[in-house]
Design a binder for this molecule. Sequence first.
Ligand SMILES: [Zn+2]
Length: 137
Amino acid sequence: MSDGKQERIYCPVCLARFKKEEGWSEGAVVICPICGQKLRLVWSPEGWQGERVDRGTEKEIRERAESFARLRGYSFNEMKEELIEGLVGKHRLFGEFYCPCRMEHTPEYQCPCKPTRGGDVERKGRCYCGFFWKKQV
Ligand SMILES: [Zn+2]
């Protein structure tokens, strides 16, 4: 029986599943290819889950943003540190790293937000906040 549980890993940040690669086993630390979150693999009755490494810390959001930018080939600008501070502030107030430029505090607006994960940077040259930028060629 193949229901995909063995092959896919659930990411608690982007709430999606991504492909488990050959050789990844319980306890392995991997990067979610959709949002850049660093995850430790755990097997559960619902299938493979990723546990957030350094959950809730500035290190977590910084690494997530940097991995996401690297995966997509995006860059940051001089606003980077200010926006990281904004993200840390959102976590302090609302319990998650929600977009610092929006009023919505729902899972789809956890940074990188759903529109950004969906290709807003390719379409508009930058994300809503101006945190992630398309590289100039
Ligand atoms: Zn993810």
